[in-house]
Design a protein around this ligand. Structure first.
Ligand code: HDD
Length: 691
């Protein structure tokens, strides 16, 4: 069968309902003539049971909620397509990885892990990155995260780690936060968490946007080609906008000012035509080389450094359409790690093996029965025929009398497919062994890669890990737990890290223990410092204005930022317009009470003596600029705008500040260059900045 980018959209169209020009009806199709008053005995009398419209309306409302996902409850999703750059036939026979002219439809859901459905987007947490490819051979689900390793090595411990991180059972606190006793109690007793902990305490756990984070399949998978040759493969998603993060203070404030920050960012980018793009990367490892690699490929707490096995970019994912209905699509989508297509296969990673059961199982409760694959967002575009039947909410009406195999009454249909006809055959891996619960010795090292990760970070990134641990452990009430994390985990990763955290959380400095030698001393690819910083595309810049603003400079900069793919939003005390120095009106985008510097990547203060004088006396404007400075963001000031900086005690010569001294063009270039860097970590006085 042939499919293209529109195949899934056309499939979903079968279930869409448009009420334009239609009558309101009951679920039975009866037209309704009144829906604001229930049927009653007399105008002041009781409601009558025979009011079927009232009963149906109320019954449907009473049952609108379904259980939220046990993890990854909070999410946002988008439609798009995937296109391979060149045939991957050498490695895999997967049909969607053969033809560069084919666009395979996808539905991608991003999520946080620990919080409930209504929790804030910017919590410190792992982000889910789940991709459903609707291929011509059936659905392939790559259910990944934005962190390449995991907390545990064996899925049987998943309920333990999730119980520990979720709100504590007696009082259900805290929401969407790992900063509490039970989580760190678990960590302190389970050293295999060490590597993942370093990632979750790093800036990776507070992404600037879903559009600016990497994705990872985490496990080692197999690619199997037409000749039946298997190679190990690790999947990566590389965002074309680079990898960028928030700062912790910003994340916490955003949780209050805009808990939908990431969801909104994704939605708006797609609505504006700034389609998020990610390249699919693969690390391919010949089976014969696996033993020599120095990394246990079945251990999901380990990564393979890119410097050791390069990531080949084989195709691109583009997200270009927002869902039509959140519940029908984003909430009801069911990903399952067991959904693979011919040419892709599993390995014996015990974390992966457990997932193969869990994802299928969890949907029974969440989606109310075994027919969830028939829900429009979940059904494949490939045809489905089998003898599965009945169960709650069955949609398909099977027409054959033969509901078993083999049969003659149905002409032997549906038929079995040979592998030549596209039938899935599991890779015939050779296995031998005794039944045991013993973990392989090759899973025993928990610290070498945790240390490698920490060593690979830039100095500011390392400091953020220390600060994050001071915060998280600082919230732990039981001192013994704080001490055990420092002694049993951190001291075995890095002595300075452990000592600094120990001091911050009031426990004795531990005796450092050198971690085992890692497969690489450091891996530059792990540091966000080395990410792309070559454009300002899709960034949001705030302009602070008041009456008397220099509109010419404002419009010139706005045009230049737009040309470079960024947006300038004009912020004033009130909505409507302000009057520029030349007397013309300037339309305001946001009033100061509805927004804050944390929602922008950079700030611009245009000139105009009267405007700047007003801003200097305005606490909100002063806070805006100070907070942006404290968060290391680019600041641009033209002409009198510099006075606002001075009155806030900010040195105009500090890193990341562009001032308009050499003319408008030179200023725009300097400001754009400062925005490209995202953050200016070399500012020395941010700690003393009052914001
Ligand atoms: Fe999981 C959801 C990613 C380990 C059991 N997981 C879920 C989602 C993502 C991940 C992105 C949300 C999917 C969506 O948007 O609907 N999970 C991961 C990754 C893991 C991982 C990258 C480690 C490599 N998960 C993991 C283990 C188990 C589970 C070890 C159980 C043995 N995960 C689940 C689940 C969820 C889930 C309980 C909850 C909702 C769902 O599946 O559909 O089955």
């Amino acid at each position: 069968m042939s499919i293209d980018e529109r195949s899934k959209d056309q499939d979903l169209a079968r279930n869409r309902s448009d009420a334009t020009g239609q009558y309101l009806t009951t679920d039975q199709g009866i037209r309704v003539e009144h829906t604001d008053d229930s049927l009653r005995a007399g105008t002041r009398g009781p409601t009558l049971l025979e009011d079927f419209h009232f009963r149906e309306k109320m019954m449907r409302f009473d049952h609108e909620r379904i259980p939220e996902r046990v993890v990854h409850a909070r999410g946002a999703a988008a439609h798009g397509y995937f296109q391979v750059y060149a045939s991957q036939a050498k490695y895999t026979k997967a049909a969607f990885l053969q033809d560069p002219s084919q666009k395979t439809p996808v539905f991608v859901r991003f999520s946080t892990v620990a919080g409930s459905r209504g929790s804030a987007d910017t919590a410190r947490d792992v982000r889910g990155f789940a991709v459903k490819f609707y291929t011509q051979e059936g659905n392939f689900d790559l259910v990944g995260n934005n962190i390449p390793v995991f907390f545990i090595q064996d899925g049987i411990k998943f309920p333990d780690v999730i119980h520990a991180v979720k709100p504590e059972p007696h009082h259900e606190m805290p929401q969407a936060a790992s900063a509490h006793d039970s989580f760190w109690d678990f960590v302190s007793l389970v050293p295999e968490t060490a590597h993942m902990i370093m990632w979750v305490m790093s800036d990776r756990a507070i992404p600037r946007s879903y559009r600016m984070m990497e994705g990872f399949g985490v496990h080692t998978f197999r690619f199997v080609n037409d000749q039946g040759v298997s190679r190990f493969v690790k999947f990566h998603w590389k965002p074309l906008l680079g990898v960028h993060s928030l700062v912790w203070d910003e994340s916490q404030k955003l949780a209050g000012k805009d808990p939908d920050y990431h969801r909104r960012d994704l939605w708006e980018a797609i609505e504006q035509g700034d389609f998020p793009e990610y390249e699919l990367g693969v690390q391919i490892i010949e089976e014969a080389d696996a033993a020599k690699l120095g990394v246990e490929l079945l251990d999901a707490t380990k990564l393979v450094p890119e410097e050791l096995v390069p990531v080949q970019r084989i195709g691109k994912l583009t997200l270009n359409r927002n869902p039509t209905n959140y519940f029908s699509e984003t909430e009801q989508v069911a990903y399952c790690t067991a959904n693979i297509v011919p040419g892709i296969d599993f390995t014996d990673d015990p974390l992966m093996q457990a997932r193969l059961f869990s994802y299928l199982d969890t949907q029974i409760t969440r989606l109310g029965g075994p027919n969830f694959a028939e829900i429009p967002i979940n059904r494949p575009v490939a045809p489905v025929h089998n003898h599965q039947q009945d169960g709650f909410h069955r949609q398909t009406i099977n027409t054959s009398r033969a509901n078993y195999h083999p049969n003659s009454l149905g002409g032997g249909c549906p038929m079995l497919a040979s592998t030549r006809q596209g039938g899935f055959a599991h890779f015939p891996e050779k296995l031998a062994g005794e039944k045991t619960r013993v973990r392989s010795q090759s899973f025993a090292d928990h610290f070498s890669q945790a240390a490698m990760f920490f060593r690979s970070l830039s100095a500011p990134e390392q400091q953020h890990v220390i600060d994050a641990l001071r915060f998280e452990l600082g919230k732990v009430e039981v001192k013994e737990i704080r001490k055990r994390v420092v002694d049993e985990i951190l001291a075995k990763i890095d002595g300075t890290l452990a000592a600094q955290v120990a001091q911050g959380v009031g426990v004795p400095a531990p005796k450092a223990v050198a971690p085992p030698k890692s497969v690489a001393d450091s891996s530059p690819a792990l540091s966000m410092e080395n990410t792309k910083k070559d454009s300002i595309k899709t960034r949001r810049i705030a302009a602070l204005v008041a009456d008397g603003v220099d509109a010419t400079a404002l419009q010139a900069l706005r045009a230049e930022l737009k040309r470079q793919g960024a947006q300038l939003k004009i912020i004033a005390k009130h909505l409507g317009t302000v009057t520029a120095a030349g007397g013309q009106p300037v339309e305001v985008d946001k009033s100061a009470v509805t927004t804050a510097s944390i929602e922008y990547d950079a700030v611009f203060v245009p000139g105009g003596a009267v405007s700047v004088e007003t801003l200097k006396r305005d606490g909100d404007a002063r806070h805006f600029i100070l907070e942006a400075y404290r968060h290391y963001k680019a600041i641009g000031v033209s002409k009198e705008g510099v006075d606002l900086l001075k009155s806030c005690g900010i040195d105009a010569a500090a890193p990341g500040i562009a001032t308009d001294t050499g003319g408008a063009d030179a200023f725009a270039t300097a400001f754009v260059d400062a925005i490209k860097k995202h953050r200016h970590w070399d500012r020395k006085d941010t700690e003393s900045t009052p914001a």
